[in-house]
Design a protein around this ligand. Structure first.
Ligand code: 26V
Length: 826
């Protein structure tokens, strides 16, 4: 890897090295210049925000030359590149990432110190770029960073939402959503490319027309045109090896004032057409596996898929005479089905605009695209009603029928008959006619991947069995990963320094070196230093919780953490019910020697997901009662920390002792928080679901707390019917906890608040909370027993860090590069 370091990167000091005084002075001067000439501020009166913008702009200058060099070299060498199409990029903050990857953190720190300004305080001014809901969007952000770090030329393509994911406020225990205006104070990282605009068309109708040469073709007469304007953000790879581009599209009305209407005096009408166009990039859908089927969402999907493909084609044609070799030059990855409309869009561009015949166009399309599936939950599999599709994208609907006709012919030739044909068809005829976007993405791609070994197997065994058979086995696994730069080096500098001390600085470049930590797990003095780092992180989180919730935590307690979107399948309810059961037991046996525990929860619920919001309310209600009960005192506390986002994750993860990964087996495609927490030394309590299975294999069964039904057992239980009432009758602890919740112990002001929730669990426990409760609860007792043996606990914690190097997203990207994209990586 070091061979490919460009000279600029070598001139930067490595983490932990002392920057030279000249570099510090130059960086300080650059900040002062930005403050004066870009921000228009004065040193004496500069706000923390002013310092942030000035520092970010100074850092950005260090990126620009290398950025240009990356692009020039890729072009000159004719290298194939990746286009990662994603509706979501959940980035978080960029200052510490940029400085860290450029090796400029210490330089910037000293430059600011000399001005009496604290770098961390400055970094705290940056708004999170929350252009994503959860795992899928965060994975896209990790992949962007890793592609730059392993020297894969790449563009990320998405939408520049004006409002990212809502800010969550908890009032009276209830979630309230407030728009997150992340661009209000400006965004120093982006470059508006005012010259880079594409027209995206909607609606209208398609007419067959005869060309002058006698050939007939279909012509789409669109009813509406929206402009897509590009904004570019540089993506800095580790040690500045390579700088890639995140290109986000903003929607603009083609005629911003609608002058003709305006002049006719229809001022309101002129505004509304503009609003309709610009609504496309206004807001991120906060649905995460729900809320599918809305027209604005389809308009968003097509808007960014079309603009991105037009841009890909323009860039290709600036280097080559035609598009015949497109697939030799670009690989387009579809991040879930959200950009799947890109398949018929590329066909349209090739056939209608660039004159290709069907077969040649289809060959290029399939060779260009590949598709990642991120969930098998039926409610999250996107489908679009045919009549809506015909209205919004009439030409695409036509092309989808043609793709389907050929696909079904092929299936018939392979021997498929009725049942199989309807199962592989792109059109679902079972509840109205709907286009299955997963099928469309699958058929239009040469490779289709799942995101963990188990999930990929379930793709083969369930939703995609027939399609995979008919399409000649194109499913492959690419287990997710996380970027260690953000989730270890930056989030946990204390632990990172310790790792460098023990294993040498090469561990920063090569995560496999973490395996060298295994012998250190037996070294009491190393463990002591490891514990000291964790203790410092727990004190910092304790201060954050005190400031935000007014709740005092004991940093010596087990910090038991569940942080993720709130969803029934993720089973926050199982965690809360078990917490109530623990509370009941503590009150019944107050003199026992309890391991003190802090339950930390954080996560957002989709605004329309009532059950998830009720679970948030329950968590807060349970917290109020338990935290005020002197009978348990410091031995049990519950903290629901509001507004979970990337920055909050960076604060919680280094302080977590126990990582809750407790989804119903078979339903969490991978999980990536599980990797972040294990990397930072948390022990996992979890089901054999998603990537937990692979964490278990690597960490070893002695250092992880596995419980519950397996995916196969879940399937069997569902087939045979699960009797929740019987499970509750057989478990006095579970019954006690549910009775307390149902009878209003935690909602004395409204005793029936949770009666329906508990009744629902008894009548239809589809996520098998009652089935797994006893084994979960038993494992939680094992956790407490292990905590009482600190040597054993911390040995296990060190081994967790040691064994999860494989979950680096650099590894994931190298696998995609080799097996799916056919691009070179370092
Ligand atoms: C679906 C929809 C439906 C329409 C409204 C908006 C919306 C937004 C997102 C989604 C799909 C979300 C799927 C997802 O996030 N899956 C997660 O992907 C992670 C990365 O692969 C994985 O670790 C998680 O287990 C998986 O749940």
């Amino acid at each position: 890897m070091t061979d490919s370091l460009p000279p600029a990167a070598l001139s930067h000091p490595l983490p932990g090295e002392t920057p030279d005084e000249e570099a510090v002075r130059a960086f300080r001067q650059a900040i002062l210049d930005k403050l004066a000439y870009n921000v228009g501020g004065r040193v004496e009166r500069a706000s923390a925000r002013d310092w942030f913008v000035s520092t970010a702009l100074a850092a950005r200058d260090h990126v620009v030359d290398a950025w240009r060099r990356s692009n020039d070299e890729t072009r000159a060498e004719g290298r194939k590149g990746v286009c990662y199409l994603s509706m979501e990029f959940l980035i978080g903050r960029l200052l510490s990432d940029t400085l860290g990857n450029l090796g400029l953190t210490e330089t910037a720190r000293r430059a600011l110190d000399g001005l009496g300004v604290d770098l961390d305080a400055v970094g705290g001014q940056e708004a999170d770029a929350a252009l994503g809901n959860g795992g899928l969007g965060r994975l896209a952000a990790c992949f962007m960073e890793s592609m730059a770090s392993v020297d894969v030329p790449a563009y990320g393509y998405g939408i520049r939402y004006e409002n990212g994911l809502f800010r969550q406020i908890i009032a009276g225990g209830l979630q309230h959503e407030v728009p997150e205006d992340w661009l209000a104070l400006g965004n120093p990282w982006e470059f508006e490319r005012s010259g880079l605009v594409y027209e995206v068309r909607f609606g209208g109708h398609v007419r067959p027309e005869v060309a002058p040469d006698g050939t007939s073709r279909f012509v789409w007469h669109a009813g509406e045109i929206v402009n897509a304007l590009a904004y570019d953000t540089p993506v800095v790879g580790w040690r500045g090896v390579r700088i890639n581009t995140l290109r986000l599209w903003s929607a603009r009305a083609t005629d911003p004032l609608h002058l003709s209407e305006f002049n006719r005096g229809d001022h309101v009408g002129a505004q509304s057409a503009r609003m309709r166009a610009e609504a496309i990039s206004r807001v991120l859908y906060p649905g995460d596996e729900t809320e599918a089927g809305q027209e604005l969402r389809l308009r968003q999907e097509y808007f960014f898929a079309s603009a991105s493909l037009q841009d890909i084609i323009r860039r290709h044609l600036s280097r080559f005479p035609d598009l015949t070799n497109l697939a030799d030059q670009v690989a387009v990855q579809l991040n879930d089905t959200h950009p799947a409309i890109g398949v018929p869009e590329l066909m349209r561009l090739l056939i209608d605009v660039h004159g290709f015949g069907w077969d040649a166009a289809w060959k290029i399309t399939q060779a260009v695209f590949s598709y990642t599936n991120h969930t098998l939950l039926p409610e999250a599999l996107e489908t679009w009603a045919v009549p809506m599709m015909e209205r919004v994208l009439p030409r695409h609907m036509q092309l989808i029928y043609l793709i389907n006709a050929r696909h079904l012919d092929h299936a018939r030739a392979e021997g498929a008959r009725d049942g199989l044909l309807s199962s592989v068809s792109l059109i679902d005829e079972s509840h109205g006619r709907r286009v299955r976007m997963g099928h469309l993405a699958f058929v239009g791609s040469h490779r289709v991947n799942g995101v963990s070994a188990l999930h990929t197997q379930l793709m083969r065994d369930t939703v995609f069995t027939d399609l995979n058979h008919v399409c000649g086995d194109r499913i492959t696994n690419k287990t997710n990963g996380i970027t260690f730069r953000r989730w270890l080096h930056r989030a946990n500098p204390g632990l990172t320094a310790l790792l460098v001390e023990a294993l040498g600085p090469a561990v920063l470049d090569d995560p496999d070196r973490l395996a060298g930590l295994v012998p250190f797990a037996e070294d009491a003095s190393f463990r002591q230093r490891f514990v000291a780092q964790r203790r410092a992180a727990k004190e910092r989180l304790t201060a954050l919780v005190a400031a935000r919730l007014g709740l005092k935590l004991d940093p010596d307690a087990i910090f038991d953490v569940q942080i993720k979107r709130i969803h029934e399948y993720k089973r926050q309810l199982l965690n809360i019910v078990e917490t109530v059961s623990l509370y009941n037991t503590m009150r019944a046996h107050p003199t026992d020697n309890w391991a003190p525990r802090v339950k930390i929860l954080a996560g957002k619920a989709a605004p329309s997901y009532h059950q998830a919001k009720l679970i948030i309310r329950l968590a807060n209600d349970v917290a109020s009662v338990i935290n005020d009960d002197p009978a348990v005192g410091d031995r049990l506390k519950v903290a629901f920390i509001p507004n979970y986002n990337v920055s909050l994750a960076e604060a919680i993860i280094p302080a977590a002792d126990l990582s809750e990964q407790i989804s119903t087996a078979g339903l969490e495609a991978s999980g990536t928080g599980n990797m972040k927490l294990a990397l930072n030394g948390a022990l996992t309590i979890g089901t054999l679901d998603g990537a937990n299975v692979e964490i278990d294999e690597r960490v070893g069964r002695d250092e992880i707390f596995i419980f519950g039904l397996t995916a196969a057992e879940v399937a069997a239980r569902k087939r045979n019917g699960h009797d929740a009432r019987a499970a509750v009758a057989a478990s006095p602890d579970l019954r006690g906890a549910l009775d307390a919740i149902a009878s209003g112990v935690f909602s004395p002001d409204e005793p029936d608040r949770y009666r329906g929730l508990v009744e629902g669990l008894l009548n239809d426990d589809r996520y098998l909370v009652t089935a797994d409760f006893e084994s979960y609860s038993a494992r939680q007792r094992d956790v407490a027993a292990r905590w009482a043996r600190p040597e054993s606990w911390w040995r296990a914690a060190v081994l967790n860090t040691a064994h999860v190097g494989w979950f680096s997203s650099d590894r994931t990207i190298r696998d995609y590069a080799a097996d799916i994209w056919g691009v070179k990586a370092s």
